[in-house]
Structure formats: structure tokens, C-alpha cells
Write a new protein. Structure first.
Length: 101
């Protein structure tokens, strides 16, 4: 969270954030709603995590109150189940940040 709030040396933290996760679409996707206050500001993010059987990878799309566009993440293709999912992704900054990511 230090990119949008705080710094790398002093990241914004909060004990007023709640993450609620619910299986949706017959248990095929995990809906994540994270909301509350962080760094003295209201925060909201909705994300949906799923597994692409075609691409053999996890995919996570998020939508938040700071950007009107989505953030898209995916894992590398997998040939077997894993206990830890590693996701990477990008998004287009809409001028909210002082420097590009």
C-alpha cells in the first residue's frame, strides 16, 4: 500500500480494514471485498480470483475506488497444484501516482 499511501520506509497500515471472501459461481471463483480506512482515507477493493483451465493459470481481477480501470494479475502456467499462488500484473496509472510503476 505504500505506492498510493505512505512510503516504502513508512507504509500506511490499518487495523480498520476488513476482507470478506466468498465462493461464487458454483465455487469456481473467489470474490474478495476489502474495505475500511487506511492512512486516514476510505479504501475499497473488489477482486475476483479464478483458475483458467485453458491457460492452466490463476487469474485475479481487481476494481477499486482509486481507479476507474481494473488491475489484472495472473500466475505462470502450472502443470500441478501449488500451495502458494504467485501473481504478477500491471495496470494503467490514471495520474494518481507521482511516478510510473
Amino acid at each position: 500500500m505504500f505506492i498510493a499511501l505512505g512510503t516504502a520506509e513508512n507504509p500506511a497500515t490499518s487495523d480498520e480494514i476488513t476482507a470478506t471472501r466468498t465462493w461464487i459461481a458454483g465455487g469456481r471463483h473467489l470474490l474478495d471485498i476489502t474495505q475500511g480506512d487506511i492512512g486516514g482515507k476510505s479504501y475499497y477493493r473488489m477482486g475476483v480470483l479464478g483458475f483458467s483451465n485453458i491457460d492452466r493459470r490463476y487469474e485475479f481481477a481487481t476494481f477499486d475506488a482509486m481507479n476507474s480501470n481494473s488491475m489484472l494479475y495472473s500466475s505462470d502456467p502450472l502443470d500441478r497444484p501449488v500451495r502458494v499462488i504467485v501473481l504478477s500484473g500491471t495496470f494503467t496509472d490514471q495520474g494518481l501516482l507521482e511516478s510510473p510503476l
